[in-house]
Design a protein around this ligand. Structure first.
Ligand code: NAD
Length: 392
């Protein structure tokens, strides 16, 4: 009997699950439906560039309908409201509901505000194309306003959080702000661009040498680093730091942390700190008909430490989930998840970057890192295009 596969989320995990499932299952064997909040598959690893106006929206928001055309995969644009894992049904906020035989949860992560007073109400985020567009429009608006107001808060830009998201964003802004200033007749010397990080250093995943390279490259372009200083409160446009100092700014972008999707965390499957736990086949440890892909799940490495929630992990999970659902439907043996780490690359603006390559961690800096980052994006796009042509 034909099975129904319902996939929640059209990001890296969801899209790859759908393509991989269709590659292994004919339309007689299974119907596949992808539900996503928006009509596009978003290349979120490039959002920092969109947020600084350094890339066109069409390069980072790929229409799902167009991507999946002719692949017999239904696309539903809608907001998931309730996941009923006992009744095997999912309700959307528009009133429609979908039953399933196999469910894929690939709803990603959400911004974590850690309960810091005033932070959520008074900051921008960088989790979607809509967020990135908002950041860019806001930055331009503030510079334009400063041209007449000369209010220092309009020319003060603060990024909260020195992980990869915050550093990549500050690098793009450092490159683009001088041009935006010129456009509105503002002297870039009037602009303050700072990154606040609670830990003693930004990007602790890299070696001290690479961290120093990132810091000096960005400082040379006007970025001020305030490290070892957590943001403790935000009151309107006043940001308070751990040492009691305050910064008056009309632009705070919060990139200080992520947490698993609350919908997944609260749907009744087994979770660990809000993220779904999985077995070696990427099935929920409590509900074997539910498979997980991407940031809403937690995968533990051999030393018992969770892998960081990255795009490369999400896409690899998605591919295996599609194949394993097909195997379970056909009563074949399922494969074990064995992630391959190609490394970590951080862009530091248009022309600079740092990174490590492969499991051995060969270090790169400057143009090679920057080019490698572009190549890794191109590789992903080629990869999904390859899968499109392979799907049934
Ligand atoms: P993160 O959790 O990695 O970094 C957040 C940073 O904010 C941390 O350094 C933390 O110490 C800091 N912070 C927390 N509370 C703070 C406070 N109150 N004040 C100041 N600083 C505070 O988050 P992220 O950078 O969004 O990354 C999320 C995941 O996505 C990670 O796994 C990352 O590897 C991945 N990612 C990868 C890339 C890439 O590969 N280029 C790009 C972006 C994100």
């Amino acid at each position: 009997m034909r099975k129904e596969i319902l996939i929640l989320g059209g990001g890296y995990g969801g899209l790859l699950s759908a393509l991989s499932a269709r590659q292994h299952l004919s339309t007689e064997e299974a119907g596949i439906t992808v539900v996503n909040r928006v009509g596009s598959h978003q290349i979120i690893t490039e959002l920092h560039r969109l947020a600084a106006g350094n890339v066109a929206e069409k390069a980072v928001a790929l229409p799902l309908e167009k991507l999946l055309k002719g692949k017999s995969i239904n696309v539903v644009v809608g907001e998931v409201q309730k996941i009923d894992v006992e009744g095997k049904q999912v309700a959307l906020s528009n009133g429609s509901s979908y039953r399933y035989d196999n469910l894929v949860l690939a709803l990603g992560s959400e911004t974590n505000y850690f309960g810091i007073p005033g932070l959520q109400e008074n900051s921008l985020t960088l989790k979607s194309v809509a967020d990135a567009n908002k950041v860019f429009a806001h930055v331009k608006e503030r510079i334009k306003a400063y041209a007449t107001s000369k209010n220092k808060a309009d020319a003060t830009f603060v990024i909260g959080g020195g992980g990869l998201t915050g550093v990549e964003l500050v690098g793009e802004l450092a490159d683009e702000l001088p041009d935006i200033c010129r456009q509105y007749g503002v002297d870039f010397a009037d602009v303050s661009l700072s990154l606040v990080e609670a830990m003693p250093t930004i990007l602790p995943i890299f070696s001290p040498e690479l961290i120093q390279r990132a810091v000096s490259s960005l400082e040379a372009r006007g970025v001020e680093f305030l490290t070892g200083l957590a943001i403790t409160e935000v009151n309107g446009n006043v940001v308070t730091l751990k040492d009691g100092r305050t910064i008056e700014t009309n632009t705070l972008v919060w990139t200080g942390g992520v947490q698993g999707s609350a919908l997944v965390g609260n749907c009744g499957i087994e979770v660990n700190r809000g993220r779904a736990t999985v077995n070696e086949h990427l099935q929920s440890t409590s509900h074997p008909d539910v498979f997980l892909a991407g940031d809403c799940a937690v995968v533990f490495g051999p030393e018992g430490r969770p892998y960081p929630p990255t795009a490369q992990l999400a896409w690899q999970m998605g591919e295996l989930v599609g194949a394993n659902i097909a195997a379970s439907i056909k009563n074949f043996k399922m494969d074990t998840f064995k992630p391959i780490f190609s490394g970590t690359l951080a862009s530091l603006g248009r022309k600079d970057g740092i990174g490590t390559i492969g499991e051995s961690g060969i270090e790169l800096k400057g143009t090679p890192a920057s080019l490698m980052k572009k190549a890794s994006n191109a590789r992903y796009l080629t990869h999904i295009n390859g899968l499109f042509s392979l799907a049934y």
